[in-house]
Write a protein that binds this ligand. Structure first.
Ligand code: SF4
Length: 268
């Protein structure tokens, strides 16, 4: 749990730690080296929380596949008095197969008990969401999705637009897409019943290039479809090529004017 520099959230909450890669959008997953670093932290509580989640293979850090369920963190949001926009599991995936449904139910119970907060859950496994939430809702006696929970899926290229179809099957007050890192154009992306789209180029070392027209096209389609766009950053390659002061290309003043859009869905 921590305050975050992520532009669209005010806090992160990680009741589970650990993941596995699922698609090219995971190639430069920032969470893996972070997990490795925390595993070796001098603070024994931090090291224990991350224990066994990452390892080195041929000199490269990767997930081991282990996911730690941190019961002690389940109540953290209850202690945050002021309303926060909380990114759930910045270091894991709530819908990873190794997170048991009972544990997802516990996460949902905390969110149900803290309606002052808005929770943003992003998954690369949207095909599991409807099935898992059927059980979670039944357990909690919910007949409607929680109004304070936004469900999102990451889509990095046109090959993965089917994730939006899976997301549409899930009960959610707000559905969103994170097209970050955007690795190609998204001509097949269907924006029906999507409320919010976050767009961004890749950042840090090894970042892959972005063409601003990929972002421009989705922003334009959001405009004509009544979907709210949020451009987060244009990425490291763009920043370098354009002499931008912010290394991630995250300063809107540096961008073409039509891309300077950072809006939140009406539910916010
Ligand atoms: S799903 Fe997210 S946390 Fe998991 S490996 Fe991919 S980018 Fe990293």
């Amino acid at each position: 749990m921590t305050d975050t520099t992520i532009e669209w959230a005010t806090k992160t909450w990680n009741p589970t730690l650990g993941c596995t890669r699922v698609s090219p959008g995971c190639d430069n997953c920032y969470a893996i080296p972070e997990a490795w670093r925390h595993m070796h932290a001098s603070n024994p509580k931090v090291a224990a929380a991350y224990a066994g989640t990452a390892h080195k293979v041929d000199g490269r850090t990767d997930w081991t596949g282990r996911i730690n369920l941190l019961d002690g963190r389940l109540d953290q949001p209850k202690h945050w008095r002021k309303p926060e926009r909380i990114f759930v599991n910045s270091m894991s995936d709530v819908f990873a197969a190794r997170v048991p449904v009972d544990y997802v139910t516990k996460i949902w119970r905390t969110m149900q008990d803290t309606p002052r907060h808005t929770y943003q859950i992003l998954t690369k496994r949207p095909e599991r969401v409807a099935r898992v939430l059927d059980k979670v809702h039944a357990e909690l006696g919910l007949t409607q999705p929680l109004a304070n929970v936004w469900l999102g899926t990451s889509i990095e290229s046109d090959e993965y637009v089917r994730r939006a179809d899976a997301l549409r099957q899930a009960p959610a007050a707000v559905r969103f897409i994170s097209a970050e890192p955007l690795l190609g154009p998204l001509p097949s992306l269907d924006l029906q019943r999507i409320d919010w789209v976050i767009l961004g180029g890749e950042s840090k070392s090894g970042a892959r290039p972005l063409e601003v027209d990929w972002i421009r096209d989705v922003v334009d389609r959001c405009r004509t479809s009544g979907v709210t766009p949020f451009v987060k950053q244009l990425g490291t390659v763009w920043a370098k090529a354009n002499g931008a002061a912010d290394k991630k290309g995250g300063e809107p003043d540096d961008w073409p004017e039509d891309l300077r859009v950072r809006e939140f869905p009406a539910a916010a």
